[in-house]
Design a protein around this ligand. Structure first.
Ligand SMILES: Cc1cc2nc3c(=O)[nH]c(=O)nc-3n(C[C@H](O)[C@H](O)[C@H](O)COP(=O)(O)OP(=O)(O)OC[C@H]3O[C@@H](n4cnc5c(N)ncnc54)[C@H](O)[C@@H]3O)c2cc1C
Length: 414
């Protein structure tokens, strides 16, 4: 039976969820204080990955920990105050650095991402957004033999989970990506992955499908969500909404909103930055490139070459610290020719990360009609469409194509 459903949060996860629920015949309202798709989903690297299956808290992390703690890797920056305040979260996050969890999470993420990519490809065609899409893969490059050898664990996981990949030698890399300077010894191309030249434009294109089919978007913030009979969503500036069901999809803000309903969600924020640079003369970059040793990614975007940083552990709303992205840009200039910075200041987004590095997709444990879809950490652009499908299947009690159990909220005692 059709329901009145409110989706709280209009990032890529909220947008795709609203669209899918609308397609199942529901009357869907999407609420967001900003223009949808302008927070984390705006500034990411734009990779639609089918192979981001090795989570950060894998068994190899323990070995790399001393280097990371001493801030000798650009892949991580952290605020000591934040880490001390969030020590229980950090301890739980590290407790997942086991072979068993790597096996479990990589299988779960692979299934989610592979299916999601197929759904994206169909939706991109339907949304007439093919001009944003690049089917050129996702390239990891290594500056030394030693760093490539240290990547062995990832390659084994790719084999085990069926992630399509091709290994490139120094010479072959020159053919594949002529814009790269000859400083890389090895490359691994995830050849089935795709990317987009503007994640924000992709959000807009999907949102247009939703609004053109009658979906309502309200530019306001959910202040509280209550369940006095029907669901009531109190908004900051406008009248409250009533709904039969509520989807919480507010990315890094979800834990705070869920707290108002009595849930303690084990979420932290892996902040990340981007800055655009003018492309240099000569060959243009063809794809997103992860310079593994230097801990950053660069990708050609509509706005310029977007350099994105690794992880910064800090309060969600702490002031920007541009040291990591500045280092990333210095490294990117070694890798390719780049012009001036385009903006005055960098952009910052927050990857919403749960302690086991898997998203939470499914029924809220203690409230009927309340559903969660958040915690997509490093992969939310990639995983959004399949997460929306899982949720819509669960809500309509239809058979779920993907096993939803690794993502069920009740895996934690919230
Ligand atoms: C530097 C960087 C690079 C990345 N690269 C990639 C990549 O290449 N590929 C990939 O798949 N993923 C990538 N990610 C991760 C990806 O961007 C996120 O996982 C994804 O954007 C999360 O989407 P979301 O919809 O959950 O959150 P968001 O996009 O943050 O959306 C949440 C929305 O909730 C709204 N909101 C907040 N409070 C309220 C409220 N009270 N009421 C209503 N709405 C509210 C916000 O305004 C926001 O629009 C990257 C992330 C970063 C930071």
């Amino acid at each position: 039976m059709p329901q009145r459903i409110t989706v709280v949060g209009g990032g890529i996860v909220g947008i795709t969820t609203a669209l899918e629920l609308q397609r199942r015949g529901n009357q869907v309202t999407l609420i967001d204080p900003n223009q949808p798709g302008r927070e984390t989903s705006y500034g990411n690297t734009g990779v639609l990955s089918d192979g981001s299956v090795v989570i950060s808290n894998n068994p190899g992390l323990r070995k790399r920990l001393p280097k990371l703690i001493l801030k000798k890797s650009n892949a991580l920056n952290y605020s000591l105050g934040f880490v001390l305040k969030r020590l229980p979260w950090v301890a739980r996050f590290l407790s997942y650095c086991t072979d068993r969890h790597l096996d479990h999470s990589s299988q779960a993420l692979r299934t989610l991402q592979a299916h999601s990519l197929q759904l994206h490809l169909a939706l991109i065609t339907e949304a007439q957004a093919e001009h944003l899409l690049r089917k050129t893969g996702w390239l990891k490059v290594f500056r030394s033999d030693a760093s490539f050898e240290a990547y062995e664990m990832e390659l084994k996981v790719f084999e085990r989970t069926g992630v399509g990949h091709t290994i490139f030698s120094e010479e072959e890399l020159k053919q594949l990506e002529p814009a790269l300077n000859p400083i890389f010894r090895h490359g691994v191309l995830l050849h089935d992955a795709c990317s987009v030249s503007s994640p924000a434009a992709l959000c807009d294109a999907y949102l247009k499908l939703f609004t053109e089919a009658g979906g309502e978007v309200i530019r306001d913030a959910a202040k509280s969500i209550r369940n006095p009979g029907d669901w009531e969503i109190e908004l900051r500036d406008t009248a409250s909404l009533e709904a039969d069901a509520v989807i919480l999809a507010a990315g890094p803000w979800s834990a705070e909103i869920a707290k108002g309903l009595g849930y303690s969600v084990p979420m932290a924020w892996e902040r990340g930055y981007h800055w655009h640079l003018e492309p240099g003369p000569g060959s243009a970059l063809q794809r997103a490139i992860h310079d593994v040793d230097a801990g950053y990614v660069m990708t050609p975007q509509q706005q310029g070459v977007r350099v994105t940083s690794g992880v910064e552990l800090n309060d969600r709303d702490a002031p920007l610290d541009d040291r990591q992205i500045e280092q990333s840009i210095r490294s990117a200039r070694q890798a390719t020719t780049l012009g001036d910075k385009i903006e005055e200041t960098p952009w910052m987004g927050r990857r919403p990360t749960l302690v086991d590095s898997l998203p939470m997709i499914g029924a809220a444990p203690r409230h009927q009609g309340l559903w969660f879809n958040f915690g997509h950490q490093h992969n939310g652009l990639s995983t959004s469409t399949a997460s929306a499908e899982i949720l819509a299947d669960l809500i309509s009690e239809a058979p779920v194509i993907i096993d939803p159990s690794p993502f069920r909220p009740a895996r934690f005692s919230l």
